[in-house]
Design a protein around this ligand. Structure first.
Ligand code: SAH
Ligand code: SF4
Length: 394
């Protein structure tokens, strides 16, 4: 994951030997395991929660109470839902659970970044990262285990897709982060530390849109986690036909993994470009609701030595983004073992940023965060898998 203003001078092949062991391990809570047949109430839309409770013989108004206990107070134990009669609480506990994903490890970087390796009841795992900044924190959430797309600079792209994450697993990632910071009940918008969500973990969120949309609607509900849509960013590699739907259904901030200014180069870096080339992608972006008002679309651009980092590339970037209300995030490439690319030099990155800035586009260079715990963009999960493989080999 990344944060503003920085350089990538540490980004060398020595990345591969940075420590992969957890700096701090948090005891996992009792998991809601495979053999527990009770239904998890987390991840149900408001309507589905009401229908589920009514089906279990409860009054419809209980849905609002239970919702607030789960998402406003962060309560996981029905016994603590004190405005609900004891008999009803017992019935709830008989049939349901309020379960987060199991925490396998929590790692804390020297720069304050925290990363959780989470395990779901079927044994699959995904990672979630929180990147704290001075007065806020962005939680980077995964949408899939692995990814079907094969972007050549992304380590997740080398892992096969295992499955889509379900709404409870997506919301659950943010709730685990809130647990870790003790951020319950929901604080006001100005005082909360976990103030933003970025759908920039593993997977392509627009290939799992329904589950991502259900999860984000839960997160935005004002009687619960109450995160404003302005605090949520969804990043896509460019699933063009879904972009308008993101605007219609969610209207959150949009980020697009652009990474190249010609179809020829983008076809190799982000192969989905062969299906939806740059011109179609930019047309969909120009039509996005955010592009019509003060909200800008973010274009992510990983700096790859000798591939996409020339002065001409920078000038072309300015030209193609002119018609769009855009900003650019320049991400120094995060290497991984066997990666076929290198990060551009600091000088190159800053010269590139200068040209883009002079062209009238904001183009901050993002400092990779959490490098000591392998929490940077494109590295999620892979490091955990690697670390486990290494342990097996020892
Ligand atoms: N699948 C979505 C969201 C997850 S990736 C997407 O592709 O947009 C989040 C961001 O990290 C994307 O912009 C992605 O292109 C970038 N990224 C992936 N691997 C990277 C790496 N090794 N170095 C720098 N950025 C990387
Ligand atoms: Fe998948 Fe995004 Fe990585 Fe591409 S950059 S392989 S879409 S996670």
């Amino acid at each position: 994951m990344v944060a503003p203003e920085g350089r990538c001078d540490y980004l060398t092949a020595s990345m591969a030997i940075l420590p992969t062991e957890p700096l701090q391990i948090v005891e996992p809570r009792t998991p809601h395991g495979r053999n527990d047949l009770r239904r998890n109430l987390i991840g149900l839309s408001r309507d589905d929660l009401k229908a589920t409770l009514v089906e279990a013989g409860l009054e419809p108004f209980r849905a609002r109470q239970v919702w607030q206990w789960i998402y406003w107070h962060g309560v996981t134990d029905f016994e603590r839902m004190t405005n609900i009669a004891k008999k009803t609480r017992d019935r709830l506990a008989e049939l349901f659970v309020v379960a987060r994903p199991e925490i396998v490890t929590e790692q804390r970087s020297v720069d304050g970044t925290r990363k959780w390796l989470l395990r779901f009841p079927d044994g699959n795992e995904a990672e979630t990262v929180n990147i704290p900044e001075q007065d806020r924190g962005s939680v980077c959430v995964s949408s899939q285990v692995g990814c079907t797309l094969t972007c050549t600079f992304c380590h997740t792209g080398t892992q096969p897709l295992v499955r889509n994450l379900t709404p409870d697993e997506i919301v659950g990632q943010f709730m685990v982060a809130r647990d870790s910071y003790g951020e319950w009940p929901t604080p006001t918008e100005t005082t909360r530390m976990l103030s933003n969500i970025v759908m920039m973990g593993m997977g392509e969120p627009l290939y799992n849109f329904d589950n991502v949309a259900t999860a984000l609607k839960i997160v935005m509900d004002e009687q619960g986690i109450a995160l404003s849509r302005r605090r949520i960013t969804l990043s896509t590699s460019g699933v063009v036909p879904m972009i308008a739907k993101v605007g219609d259904v969610l209207d959150v901030n949009l980020a697009v993994s652009l990474h190249a200014v010609s179809d020829e180069v983008r076809d190799t870096l982000v192969p989905i470009n062969k299906k939806w080339p740059i011109a179609e992608l930019l047309a969909a972006c120009a039509a996005y609701p955010g592009a019509r008002n003060s909200r800008r679309i973010t274009f992510e651009y990983a700096m790859l030595k000798g591939i996409n980092d020339s002065d001409a590339d920078a000038r072309e970037l300015v030209r193609i983004l002119k018609p769009i209300h855009a900003k650019v995030n320049l991400i120094p490439f995060n290497p991984w073992p066997g990666a076929p690319y290198e990060c551009s030099s600091n000088n190159r990155i800053h010269r590139f940023a200068e040209i883009v800035n002079d062209g009238g586009l904001s183009a901050p260079v993002r400092t990779p965060r959490g490098r000591d715990i392998f929490a940077a963009c494109g590295q999620l999960k892979s490091a955990s898998q690697r670390s486990r493989r290494e342990k097996v080999l020892l």
